[in-house]
Ligand binder design. Structure first.
Ligand SMILES: NC(=O)c1ccc[n+]([C@@H]2O[C@H](COP(=O)([O-])OP(=O)(O)OC[C@H]3O[C@@H](n4cnc5c(N)ncnc54)[C@H](O)[C@@H]3O)[C@@H](O)[C@H]2O)c1
Length: 299
């Protein structure tokens, strides 16, 4: 599948690399721009195996080397001022019709749009890691985003095989991160109280609500169970659920101790180097199989 379209990814990190991979796999020409030459080289190496690689991908450190493009996805470090600067710089080099998207995990779109000359073609497009595999993309228009731009962004995302979902208004963390953090706040509280250990908690969630959430989503799942039953449980349970407004001691301690997860070899679980790579390969393979099954079921 070859397309004439040219996409620019700003930021060659975890997300930028998989965004570029996604575009290459869908036959798009891609330029990855990063100010950090070492990061750019890592991204280049990671994408070398893509079949379309040689003609379709470029890795640059400055806009002067980019040329005309249809879509720009900003995916640099999650920092408001940095993103504002990077977006303003991008605007100086692109046409007024080029879509300008930010992959922020939850910064306010209005704040990011401050200082843009053409905010009507700017919006959030929040991808999920690994961005080449996970289908959902939250699309977050700002107050100045034109409807036509939102439609064009959704069309482009569908061309990439994604399932864009447009939010009616921006809220911190958008939808998925709000739900993920609500879930994790409760998980952390259960660990702190010693109700379960990490192994048991993961097992309970994966093999109970986890598998059904992937098939149904939370709301359809509750419809299947009955909202009257849900209400009865909610009446006695809400008062007991975790509702702290700042991160608790367990998370603070893990981070202070350098137990950051897979990248440091330890988090809630142990991650010996070789095992972590094998786990990632297995996770990718499982995701691909699961998504293929879900696609088949929808046809
Ligand atoms: N990692 C995730 O799971 C995830 C998921 C969804 C969205 N996001 C969002 O995607 C964005 C990128 O996250 P990541 O995990 O890839 O981060 P990362 O730290 O892996 O990569 C960030 C990259 O931005 C580059 N960068 C910094 N300043 C730059 C500049 N001025 N110009 C060009 N490049 C610059 C850095 O060199 C680095 O390569 C963030 O906004 C993050 O919140 C991350």
């Amino acid at each position: 599948m070859q397309s004439e379209r040219h996409g620019v990814v700003i930021g060659a990190g975890t997300m930028g690399t998989n965004l570029a991979r996604l575009m290459l796999r869908r036959g798009m020409r891609v330029t990855v721009l990063d100010v950090n030459a070492a990061g750019l080289a890592r991204c280049h190496k990671a994408l070398q195996e893509e079949a379309a690689f040689s003609q379709q991908a470029r890795f640059v450190t400055a806009w002067a080397e980019v040329g005309g493009c249809d879509v720009v996805v900003e995916s640099v470090t999650e920092n408001l001022e940095l993103k504002q600067q990077v977006l303003a710089e991008a605007e100086r080099h692109i046409d007024v019709t080029t879509l300008l998207l930010t992959n922020t995990s939850g910064l306010e779109i209005d704040a990011l749009a401050e200082g843009l000359a053409h905010p009507e073609r700017f919006m959030g497009a929040h991808f999920f890691n690994p961005a080449d595999l996970i289908p959902a993309v939250e699309v977050i228009p700002g107050p100045s985003t034109a409807e036509d731009s939102v439609e064009r962004a959704c069309d482009w995302l569908r061309e990439l095989g994604k399932r864009p979902a447009v939010l009616r208004q921006g809220v911190p963390g958008f939808v998925a991160n709000r739900i993920q953090h609500a879930l994790m706040r409760e998980c952390l509280a259960l660990l702190e109280q010693g109700v379960v250990d990490a192994e048991a908690l993961d097992d309970i969630v994966r093999y109970s609500i986890g598998i059904r959430l992937a098939i149904n989503g939370p709301l359809r799942q509750r419809d299947l169970n009955g909202l009257d039953t849900h209400l009865n449980i909610a009446r006695y349970l809400y008062a007991d659920l975790e509702n702290r407004t700042t991160p608790g001691p367990l998370l603070e301690q893990l981070v202070a101790d350098g137990r950051l997860g897979r990248k440091c070899g330890q988090g809630f679980h142990e991650w010996p180097e070789g095992d972590a790579h094998a786990y990632e390969r297995r996770e990718r393979a499982l995701l691909e199989r699961l998504l293929a099954m879900m696609d088949d079921a929808e046809e």
